[in-house]
Design a protein around this ligand. Structure first.
Ligand code: ATP
Ligand code: MG
Length: 441
């Protein structure tokens, strides 16, 4: 796919240049190409106007005419083709008030955020790199194009992008860029929470989440979000910023976990953020309710499991298996499976001198919990070999709240292995329970 995307991307450049226009790949695709990374998409900058582009390519969609952008679809692959432009008069530290078409590639590169994102490449692979972006990539340095202070003042979102690129590519933030970021952190209040969310989620889900957390903390950027986040601690309030700017990738616990959701949950737990606080923060960040539920379910499982584990004898498996089965019935097997994965960083961390000995129960769960969970015969009422209708038909009673309670009881008994998940046995147990209930009343 990527190879095809590149071939077609080069063909587009040639089609434009044979018509007398200038055309280049720009931005992320050139950066990733130079790094030997797979390309996510290809952005093209050209001297052709949007009208020219649409005339030349029949399958084009005017996706962002106000910025001079047309999406050209070739072989079902979308390419963003944008006319060389200059941005002026940034309003509210985010959007340029006006964009102006220009004839020169160089001017177009001037408006870009970081040197590594301001490199262009033509159809023959020749590079145009007026700010030394290639060199910065080689040296592992992230640096604003031109004056960092101006860049961040024009568009405050660039500060979050700065941290994201630094940790995604393991780059050291150049001193003046870092200094400017520290000074301009309060401007983050101009940025829509949705944008903050998107950047944060990429930082947490990306290649260097632990460094990301550290940089967010050191910069204190998140103390300045438009809506206050209810989880201060590390993310918003780190150690004293280092004078020379932060360095080395910081392999840490988050890197061990796969995907942003698990990492969010782990980090929140580490910070002692409660479920309600987490939910409130995600709501302010405009996370979807699905994502919020997925992550907060992990926190709920931890909140429920922690006291169970504290009480379980350290050397026996049975109480651990039982707690796991109960948790799966309460919170769902998916949430418990996710929670088990949160045990990995603790298990992977080398035992350090002076650290509390690893919790033996959690270690045991890390080893065997997934197998134990797999072996639980049913975790949802729908998985029982007996449905509500069967019960009503067999017992000849009218439905009511008793039915839900009965099925829940049967489910727990099955989950704990106290009752086989077989229709006849379940019916028998149902009859007995109803008799007992009648007797009790
Ligand atoms: P990725 O897609 O991996 O996040 P990218 O560099 O492609 O990285 P995009 O947001 O897709 O980032 O933007 C494409 C290019 O547009 C960037 O490489 C950069 O040159 C320019 N750009 C994007 N956002 C900004 C911004 N806020 N300020 C200045 N330039 C920007
Ligand atoms: Mg991109």
């Amino acid at each position: 796919m990527s190879e095809r995307m590149e071939q077609v991307g080069k063909r587009l450049l040639r089609q434009l240049t044979t018509q007398g226009y200038e055309a280049f790949w720009v931005g992320g695709c050139v950066r990733d190409k130079l790094l030997g990374r797979p390309l996510k998409d290809i952005d093209i900058a050209t001297s052709a106007t949007p009208d020219d582009v649409m005339r030349l390519f029949p399958h084009s969609i005017p996706t962002g005419l106000q910025h001079g952008t047309v999406t050209v679809v070739e072989e079902r692959i979308p390419y963003e083709v944008t006319t060389f432009r200059r941005e002026t008069d940034y309003a509210d530290h985010r959007r340029p008030k006006s964009v102006e078409y220009v004839s020169e590639l160089q001017e177009d590169l001037n408006r870009r955020d970081f040197t590594i994102n301001a490199i262009a490449m033509d159809a023959d692979g020749s590079i145009v790199d007026p700010f030394g972006g290639r060199d910065d990539l080689k040296r592992g340095v992230l640096r604003c194009v031109g004056e960092a202070k101006e860049r961040f003042e024009e568009d405050a979102l660039r500060m979050l992008r700065c941290i994201r690129f630094a940790c995604e590519y393991g780059l050291q933030i150049e001193a003046a860029t870092w200094q400017a970021l520290l000074e301009h952190a309060p401007l983050l209040r101009y940025i829509a929470m949705e944008r903050v969310q998107a950047e944060l989620d990429k930082i947490i889900g990306g290649a260097g989440p632990d460094l990301g957390i550290r940089l967010l903390g050191e910069s204190r950027l998140l103390q300045h979000t438009k809506e206050a986040l209810p989880w201060p601690a590390a993310m918003a309030d780190g150690d004293e910023p280092e004078p020379g700017g932060p360095s080395e990738l910081w392999p840490g616990p988050l890197n061990v976990l796969e995907g942003a959701d698990l990492r969010w949950a782990y980090w929140l737990l580490q910070q002692g953020v409660g479920t309600e606080e987490a939910r409130e923060g995600f709501s302010r960040l405009r996370f979807s309710s699905d994502k919020t539920s997925t992550i907060t379910a992990l926190l709920r499982v931890e909140a429920w499991m922690a006291p169970q584990l504290a009480e379980a004898p350290a050397a026996a498996d049975a109480p651990l298996r039982e707690a796991l089965a109960r948790a799966a019935v309460r919170y769902g097997a998916d949430a418990v499976r996710g929670w088990l994965r949160l045990l990995a960083p603790g298990a992977a961390a080398p035992p350090r001198a002076g650290r509390a000995p690893r919790d033996a129960r959690r270690h045991r769960l890390h080893q065997s919990g997934t197998d134990w969970l797999q072996a639980v015969p049913a975790t949802r009422v729908g998985e029982l070999a007996l449905g509500g209708r069967d019960v009503l038909a067999a017992l000849g009673r009218p439905g009511g709240p008793w039915l839900g309670r009965l099925l829940d009881d049967l489910l727990l008994a099955v989950a704990l292995g106290r009752l086989p998940n077989e229709r006849e046995r379940l019916l028998e147990a149902a009859r007995q329970q109803i008799e007992r209930d009648a007797h009790d009343e």
